[in-house]
Design a protein around this ligand. Structure first.
Ligand code: ADP
Length: 680
């Protein structure tokens, strides 16, 4: 197998391992089954709950763990889903390691091949036991209340208006043995009786009238102080509404226990009427819903947590409907004003739709195929209209029946990163441009080797000419030989011409470009390029660039080549002096007199003696063992071509200063120099 293949394999394996790890650590019960419904895998958490090895569960082994009352239903639904390929969703009781059953909602989704065939089933088990029990308890309590009322109704029918003590005593006896919190109140609303369980919870003393169904001298809202202060107002309203309408109603509130702590309760009051409709009593059953409330609270907290994450994340969240139009955007989306994008598609705001149609066609195809996408980068506009780069990822959303509901995902502002990358690209381009320019100095070497080649045809031409002269001297002159020798001369001359053409082709001068250039910016960039040489040689750099310098016209890369050459020459020259005095200064200024711009590169190197100052600009003049001597000559021709002048002077107190002028586009400088010291 190729190296490439190996790597792909490795990546795949490590991807699969990572996935397996995620599935094992995820705080959920996960399973996988084959297309035939045979269970193939459950994660560690499932095995922990069941307290069984995988071998006992796979295939159809799990059936043994399902409650006998639920097994038939469960298997029937599973087989039906296997046949139809619809998502599986069925609740059943499953026996855990402790031998007890808990209610689970079993959900499964088919994974399909591109031809629609089911490849595998993936699913989760959701523990709904607490929810189920609370629901059951609610149902049961309502059922009991019905029973109480039905029974009490019977009791009342069997006694006359004077026979109250009999049925009241019986009613109280019955309510007292009920494993539920119950109470009744007079038609006026006064609470007259609470059952034993309620009295014990509230800490009502044994001899209190409430325990015997006599609310002597009591007020309709006497029980209100037993409630949590925050719930008192609402509870008063609830009870007075009941009294006014005479209809059954539910309400939840926190009640203080004998120990002084509060628990949540749900109470349901039912009017109990005589056959002629007269209201006789209010009978109530109250359910402890503390755990349910806690679960709700936990859910709300975790929702709140997610909302906090969403609101504080620098990324934003979005949702689009089946028509790909935004249905939701978090507050921070697109910098500002996300609301205005609701109902619009994200390409309504794209700036690169026309310049990069291929990219957008791929996106459209991905969405139409309902495939997830990751890190799709495009150009858009911010809420305030400024252009921005956006990176978006999303995945399709399906409802329980497999219907497509749209996409949801995240978006991020990656403008800064993209700009940095563009700048990086630009610098690389610049570097390669300058490298290309540098090849011109290779021309020196080329010229030397070509000069060598030229001496050969010249020598040969000389020999041929001399031979022709000799043949002329003969009596009579040998015209045939002369013709042949002169033919040789022409051939030699042609060969020399070819060689020269080759040089010309190599250094063929193209007309310099005419861009408007901010010279300060160009210089700063070049200093950056020379930075490694500057640092390596322990040179300290000082720049004095005049602010508001008028732009110059010309070829930016060529002018940068000049400055870079001057800087590198200066750095090289200073290697001859002590490191403590290696100072490089680069300045720009604009003349008030004629508007021309002056750039100076000063060094503290050995300098150049007056008699050599013009020679350094000659082609092939060099004092370096590996030098070519073309740098300054090319610099001068570039500056000349730009209508400027390049020369060298002595720097004070030591070193050389290379300066060049360039005509500027505008006459007046805008302001004074800006100083900048940096030690490298
Ligand atoms: P090269 O660098 O290949 O020698 P250049 O044309 O750039 O070619 O420079 C020609 C010569 O000018 C150098 O060999 C050096 O002797 C001299 N020279 C250039 N810059 C400086 C400087 N800043 N200080 C002293 N001498 C310099």
């Amino acid at each position: 197998m190729s190296k490439e293949g190996n790597r792909t394999e490795e990546a795949l394996t490590s991807g699969a391992q990572e996935l397996r790890l995620v599935v094992e650590t995820i705080p959920a019960l996960v399973w996988k089954a084959g297309p035939d419904g045979n269970f193939e895998y459950v994660n560690k958490r499932v095995l922990e709950y069941l307290g069984a090895p995988l071998g006992e569960i796979i295939g159809w082994g799990w059936m043994e763990r399902v409650h006998p009352d639920d097994v038939a239903f469960k298997v029937r639904t599973w087989l039906k889903n296997l046949e139809s390929g619809n998502p599986h969703d069925a609740a059943c009781r499953i026996r855990g390691a402790d031998g007890r059953y808990r209610w689970f909602e079993v959900r499964g989704e088919p994974l399909r091949a591109s031809d629609g065939a089911v490849l595998d089933w993936y699913g989760v088990l959701i523990d709904i036991d607490d929810r189920r029990k609370t629901e059951d308890a609610l149902r049961e309590s309502e059922h009991k209340l019905r029973q109480i009322i039905d029974t009490a109704q019977g009791l009342i029918w069997s006694t006359g208006p004077q026979g109250e003590p009999t049925y009241v005593a019986q009613l109280q006896a019955m309510l007292n043995v009920l494993p539920a919190y119950t109470w009744y109140a007079a038609p006026s609303g006064v609470l007259t009786f609470v059952n034993k369980r309620t009295a014990d919870y509230l800490g009502v003393p044994k001899d209190h009238p409430l325990r015997f169904g006599i609310g002597i001298g009591a007020q309709w809202d006497d029980w209100v102080p037993l409630l949590h202060p925050d719930d008192q107002e609402e509870s008063r309203k609830y009870w007075s509404t009941c009294l006014r309408t005479g209809e059954a109603a539910e309400h939840s509130y926190r009640v203080r226990s004998a120990q002084g702590d509060y628990r949540w309760f749900l109470t349901r009051a039912e009017p109990f009427r005589a056959s002629d409709g007269t209201l006789l009593l209010w009978i109530g059953a109250t359910l402890d819903i503390e755990e349910l409330k806690c679960a709700e609270q936990a859910l709300r907290e975790s929702e709140g947590k997610f909302r906090d994450y969403a609101e504080t994340a620098s990324d934003w969240f979005w949702e689009i409907g089946p028509d790909y139009r935004f249905t939701l955007l978090t507050e921070n989306a697109f910098g500002s004003d996300p609301a205005s994008r609701i109902g619009r598609a994200f390409w309504d705001y794209a700036l690169d739709l026309e310049t990069e149609p291929k990219k957008w066609r791929v996106v459209q195809a991905t969405l139409d195929a309902r495939r997830p996408f990751r890190d799709f980068a495009y150009r858009s506009v911010r809420g305030d209209g400024a252009p921005m780069y956006v990176k978006a990822s999303g995945k399709p959303v399906f409802d329980a029946n497999g219907g497509f509901r749209g996409y949801r995902g995240t978006g991020a502002d990656v403008t800064a990163a993209m700009r940095a990358q563009e700048e990086h690209e630009r610098l690389r381009q610049l570097e390669s441009d300058i490298a290309h320019m540098n090849r011109l100095s290779v021309m020196g070497e080329l010229a030397a080797s070509l000069a060598h080649e030229i001496t050969q045809p010249i020598g040969s031409a000389r020999n041929n000419a001399r031979a022709a002269l000799n043949f002329l001297d003969k009596q009579p002159p040998d015209l045939g030989e002369i013709r042949e020798a002169l033919g040789g001369v022409v051939g030699d001359a042609d060969r020399a011409g070819d060689i020269i053409d080759r040089i010309r082709a190599h250094i063929k001068k193209t007309a310099p470009r005419k861009d408007r250039i901010d010279l300060n910016e160009a210089i700063t960039e070049v200093i950056g390029l020379g930075q490694s040489a500057i640092i390596k040689n322990g040179v300290s750099v000082q720049t004095r660039l005049m602010e508001g310098l008028a732009p110059v016209e010309g070829d930016r890369v060529q002018l940068q080549q000049v400055v870079l050459n001057l800087i590198l020459n200066a750095v090289e020259a200073m290697t001859a002096v002590d490191e403590s005095v290696r100072e490089l200064s680069i300045s720009s200024a604009q003349s008030r007199a004629n508007g021309s711009i002056l750039v100076a590169v000063r060094d503290s190197g050995p300098g150049i003696e007056p008699e050599r100052r013009e020679r350094v600009f000659d082609a092939f003049y060099t004092t370096k063992s590996s030098g070519v001597g073309m740098g300054l000559s090319i610099c001068r021709s570039i500056i000349d071509a730009h209508g400027g002048r390049l020369w060298v002077e002595a720097n004070a107190p030591r070193g050389a200063v290379f300066q060049f002028t360039l005509p500027s586009v505008e006459m007046e400088p805008a302001s004074s120099p800006r100083e900048n010291r940096g030690v490298s």
